[in-house]
Design a protein around this ligand. Structure first.
Ligand code: ADP
Ligand code: ASP
Ligand code: MG
Length: 438
């Protein structure tokens, strides 16, 4: 059994939904769907209006979105009977959303609103498959996908519930479920964070020991650089789990950062494929390494660098512990660290507690903050015995000011911190130098 996840663009129109139906029809697999492209953003907007106690603003967006869905229903189904069922399904969800414009609106209601996108897209796909004579079973994510008190997925619960749902639907041709949505430890509707459908797919893959997890999207695999900023990028055929995890964490939007770990722990290959070009080879993520190859580059925005300079860091026992504890006290994770005899530089991407952190750090040395920075992450087989990769990276950036360089934390990446205004230039120059022999 495989797990196939289709993102927002892949189910973004009637034509695309039909393409997906054709792609999934052949196998008895579990299919995870996102909300149709743009829907979750609209649901976020509806919630913002409701938080601001502006029901008219919310209703306007709900109505606009409903019109889109009714058009979608007309275009998707072939028979009058199913078109009518599609309209009823759409009406059911939109009527429900409208009930939220009349009452108190809190985080709890917001999460329920955010869940509607995946519920509608899977509902419509489920109906369409039945119209096509495919006996697809719906596995409601809210019945098996669950997080614990630390907001981490609960793999034992997920596996137990999923197994019994699969058993209860033994006669089904295939299975459909919602990405992104779940229940939390208190049984409330919740989600796995924006872009989290990839995570759903890998959690399900691990739970059922899937043969493969496929992430179907709008591009032919992981490219060697961010195609939104660099021209002429090319798909990478193979990535090691660690390489893919670094790229996802450091900004390659094609994969949600959390998605690699469950697959890696269960050693299940992950394949990135293109719904618009299903014959393309895509990218295979597995335990295999391509010796000595630099694979890809990604960038993570909105980074703040903090330098703490003390008279004599290395001789002062406990200096680093105190610095790291300060970040921990304010629940702010550190992304990158570099050290010298006299000080340490750290980066964070969450500035919420920055003022308090800086205030506390002043006890240990002189503190400097640099805003609007970007981490550029170069990924590949970078064992320290391999020669030349550091020289290539530094040479590519010879005309760009670099604030920090970090290597040695893993065998798979070199990270560099540059100003955001230099991001595109840095990405292009690295591509030219490392991949295009310029
Ligand atoms: P989905 O809605 O299917 O989850 P996403 O928008 O989350 O799709 O991810 C696909 C997008 O990721 C691509 O359209 C592309 O613009 C972007 N992207 C960023 N970096 C990369 C990369 N290195 N390789 C491929 N795509 C990337
Ligand atoms: N629909 C959700 C989002 O837009 C989850 C996902 O697509 O992965 O963030
Ligand atoms: Mg995505």
């Amino acid at each position: 059994m495989k797990v196939l996840k289709f993102g927002g663009t892949s189910v973004g129109s009637a034509g695309r939904m039909r393409d997906v139906a054709r792609l999934i029809a052949g196998g008895r697999n579990i299919v995870v769907l996102s909300a149709m492209a743009g829907t979750t953003n609209s649901l976020v907007e509806i919630s913002e209006y409701l938080y601001k106690k502006n029901p008219d603003g919310a209703n306007e967006i709900i109505n606009k979105l409903a019109v889109k869905y009714y058009e979608h229903v007309e275009a998707l189904f072939c028979t009058a009977e199913y078109r009518q069922r599609g309209r009823e399904l759409t009406a059911h969800y939109f009527d429900y959303m409208r009930t939220f414009t009349k009452d108190l609106f809190t985080l709890f209601e917001e999460r329920v609103i955010l869940a509607q996108g995946e519920l509608i897209s899977t509902g419509l796909m489920h109906l369409y498959l039945h119209e096509q004579g495919i006996n697809a079973a719906m596995l409601p994510a809210l019945d098996f996908m669950r997080t614990d008190k630390n907001a981490e997925p609960d793999p034992v619960y997920i596996k137990d519930r999923l197994m019994s749902l699969l058993k209860a639907n033994e006669g089904a041709d295939l299975f459909i479920t919602q990405g992104y949505i779940c229940r939390n430890a208190y049984g409330e509707v919740d989600n796995l964070q924006r872009g989290g459908s990839d995570y759903t797919a890998s959690l399900i893959g691990a739970a059922v020991h899937a043969e493969e997890i496929q992430i179907w999207t709008d591009i032919d695999g992981m490219h060697n650089n961010d195609p939104r900023y660099v021209e002429g990028t090319r798909p990478v055929r193979h990535l090691h789990f660690e390489e893919a995890a670094e790229l996802a964490y450091f900004g390659a939007k094609i994969l949600h950062p959390t998605c690699i770990l469950p697959a890696k722990l269960s050693n299940i290959p992950v394949r990135l494929l293109n719904t618009m070009q299903p014959e393309a080879a895509g990218t295979l993520i597995s335990n295999a390494t391509d010796e000595g190859r630099v694979k890809a580059i990604a960038a993570k925005d909105n980074i703040t660098a903090i330098k703490i300079k003390s008279g004599r860091m290395l001789l002062a026992t406990g200096f680093l512990r105190k610095v790291f504890e300060t970040f921990e006290n304010y629940q702010t994770p550190i992304d990158m660290v570099t050290t010298s005899e006299v000080g340490v530089s750290c980066t964070i991407d969450n500035r919420r507690r920055l003022d308090e952190i800086v205030d506390d750090l002043k006890k240990y040395g002189t503190v400097t903050v640099d805003d609007n920075m970007v981490i550029i992450c170069v990924v590949g087989d970078m064992k320290w015995e391999n020669l030349g990769f550091e020289a290539g990276i530094v040479n590519a950036l010879k005309d760009i000011p670099v604030r920090m360089i970090s290597y040695g934390g893993s065998n798979y990446n070199v990270s560099l911190l540059v100003r955001s205004e230099d991001k595109q230039r840095a990405l292009r120059s690295l591509s030219d130098f490392l991949f295009n022999n310029k």
